[in-house]
Write a protein that binds this ligand. Structure first.
Ligand SMILES: NC(=O)c1ccc[n+]([C@@H]2O[C@H](COP(=O)([O-])OP(=O)(O)OC[C@H]3O[C@@H](n4cnc5c(N)ncnc54)[C@H](OP(=O)(O)O)[C@@H]3O)[C@@H](O)[C@H]2O)c1
Length: 253
């Protein structure tokens, strides 16, 4: 299916690895012109290089979405390089794990900046152009934890739910301007983050056995859902969370 986004400009953060990279790759394959952002310049440059030669374009701009001044600069630089942003995919690494009793105010403050405020600030920075042009797609990468909190991922559990509520509220504000705001909530996906969280093979095997499809997702499977939400065809879908979890969350809604 042609997603009808060829020539659109996109900004994907957390784009040098894992799910963000797969989304950037999918957008370039659809002919979009994509600014890829992450902190490590050399990883990012290598990732963008891999995507060059696709039907679209890939440009690398190093940035840290936990830093408000760098977000502003990122969006300004992206605009200067490719023009106004049509599609924003707000993604980054997750906050560190830890049970509620071990987290202090500084841990919470860092998670707010990294996970919640990055999504808020990125959206705020791209929205004026989207509104003016009457078309926009904002997709936040969250987690299945918005449906079912995960073990001791306290910060992630809380911040993803905050992003979800923010997205739902923003969706209502900008819908009439042709801008949709949605979330993709990945289940367990084979990326570096998963390796860091589950280094022990036994724990990994037990986790996999608990997933109805009996395997972890591949990043391109999460990307496929994000790409749909970026498409022209998804113009009537807004304020939603698309969970891609191999059937892990056992709830009706
Ligand atoms: N993998 C899973 O099973 C899973 C499940 C549910 C939810 N998620 C969530 O989905 C998101 C992506 O996960 P992933 O598994 O693809 O992670 P990943 O493989 O660790 O990749 C994270 C990407 O984000 C970049 N990044 C990290 N911190 C950043 C920052 N402050 N500013 C800009 N870029 C930053 C990283 O590059 P640099 O380090 O160079 O910045 C990298 O490109 C995370 O929020 C994760 O919590 C993942």
């Amino acid at each position: 299916m042609d997603l009808q986004i060829a020539g659109k400009t996109a900004l994907v953060t957390g784009a040098s690895k894992g799910i963000g990279l797969a989304i950037a790759e999918g957008l370039v394959a659809e002919g979009a012109r994509v600014v890829m952002a992450a902190r490590d310049q050399s990883d990012l440059a290598a990732a963008a290089e891999r995507l060059r030669g696709g039907p679209g374009e890939a440009v690398a701009i190093a940035s840290d979405v936990a830093d408000p001044s760098r977000i502003r600069r990122l969006v300004d630089d992206a605009r200067q390089r490719l023009g106004p942003i049509d599609i924003l995919v707000a993604n980054a690494g997750g906050p560190p794990a830890g049970p509620p009793s071990r987290l202090d105010d500084a841990d919470w403050a860092r998670a707010v900046e990294l996970t919640l405020m990055s999504a808020v600030r990125l959206a705020r920075a791209v929205l004026p152009d989207m509104r003016e042009r009457g078309w926009g797609r904002i997709v936040n990468v969250t987690s299945l934890s918005v449906k079912q909190p995960i073990g001791d991922l306290t910060l992630s559990n809380a911040m993803r739910s905050a992003v979800t509520a923010f997205a739902r509220t923003l969706a209502g504000e900008v819908a009439a301007a042709g801008v949709t705001v949605n979330n993709v909530a990945p289940g367990y996906t084979s990326t570096e983050r998963l390796e860091q969280l589950f280094a022990d093979d036994y724990a990994k095997a037990r986790l996999m056995a608990s997933i109805p499809v009996k395997r972890f997702a591949q990043p391109f499977e999460i990307a496929a859902a994000a790409l749909y939400l970026c498409s022209e065809q998804a113009a009537y879908v807004t304020g939603q969370t698309l969970v891609v979890d191999g059937g892990m969350v056992a709830s009706t809604y």
